[in-house]
Structure formats: C-alpha cells, structure tokens
Design a protein around this ligand. Sequence first.
Ligand SMILES: [Mg+2]
Length: 239
Amino acid sequence: MHHNFLFDLDQTLLDFHASERKALEIIAVKNGLGFSEDVYKHFKAFNKSLWLDLEKGIITRQELFLSRFSELFEYCGGDSSGVDLLEVNNDFIRTMSVNGVLMDGALEFVKKLKNEIPLSRIYIASNGATVNAKGRIASTGLDEFIDGLFISEDMGVTKPSEDFFDICFEKIGEPKEACIMVGDSLSSDMLGAQNASIDSVWFMPSGDIEKSMKEYDIDYCASSFDELFDILKRWSGEV
Ligand SMILES: [Mg+2]
C-alpha cells in the first residue's frame, strides 16, 4: 500500500491569481492597452460579478467571455471596434494555461515528499478546466512529480461531492484509509474529505480555525510547506 496524497491545485500548489494576472498583462500589452495593478483589480472584480450572473442564469458563458474583454478595453480607454473579443478571450485562456506560477516552495516540497517518503504518491484533485490545469502544471515542472490528475471537467463531477472522491479511490486502486486530502478550501477540499470520510489537512488555515476544524472534521492544519511535510511524514508512518 502507498501513501496517497491528494492535493488541491489552486492556492495549494499553484497560484491561480498570479497566473491570471500574468496572462492579463500579456494580453493587455498585446492589444495596446496599459496595464497596472488597478486594471487587474478592476478586471477581477468585474469578472467575478459576471461569473455570479452566469451562475444565476442571467448571462451565457459566451456573453461572459465577451463582456469581460469589452469592459477591459473600455476601462483602459482602448477601442474594441473591429477586435474579435472572443479571440482575445481564447488568447487569454491559452496564455494563462502556459503560465503556471508555483506557490512559494511548492516544487521543493513535492521533491522532498518523493525523496523522503518512498511510498508516497502525489495526486492532484482539482475543480476546473482540464487544459488550464494541465498546462499550468506542465509549465512549472510539477508534472514530473505527479502520479495522477483528477480534474473535475474530465470527471463530470466536482469537489466536494462524494462521487468525485469515489472516482479518485477507484483509479488509485487502494483503500481510502491510505488517502489524505490537502487543500486550502473549506467548502470544496475539507468538506469533500469529510463527505468521503478520509483524513484531511487544511493548508493555510484562516478565520476561526478551531470552529472550522470541528465543523468539517479536519484532522490537521498546516501554515507552511515545512509544517505540511512534517504532518504528512507522520501520517505516513501511521497508515
Ligand atoms: Mg484551492
């Protein structure tokens, strides 16, 4: 039996926001728009409101893709007439998918897990788009250390559903007692581990930690990769 570590991707091993910022800067410059922290903040807030509208069924996915870039042009004082905004959006998605950004120390951490815990297996368990996740993982060199990817878009189910985790266990081919979930999100990672009845590590906990640990039946908390390594090493000795 192995020690199967299921890692969430964004804000656990990779920095989603940093990739997004980088891609937006590249796209803005390419389209002759100025870029600043203020532009990024505006785009992010506007994008978020569009995703909420999409969830409510007020707009379509295509409208979201168009609106966020017509807004970007307008906010930056650019002229978007004659610009194929859907192509700009596609370019943005492509650019982001090849510009993965690691969380500080993530690569050293996974190397250490592989070297110092010989029976360790590293899996990614992430909600999101496959191309985006795979591309960012490959662009950081993280793929070299990963034994398998579980991406919601591929699977047709998302964290925190038990079905998501059942598929993971089946593919891993080992009992769930040999699996532990590591992630930053209470509502997808920790709740998912609770639904699937597996051990969990809350990475970079915040807020009322004690209350959340009880509510989500969290086993461990880690505020750095060093702490996380010690927890996983200890856990591996016990299972
Ligand atoms: Mg996350």
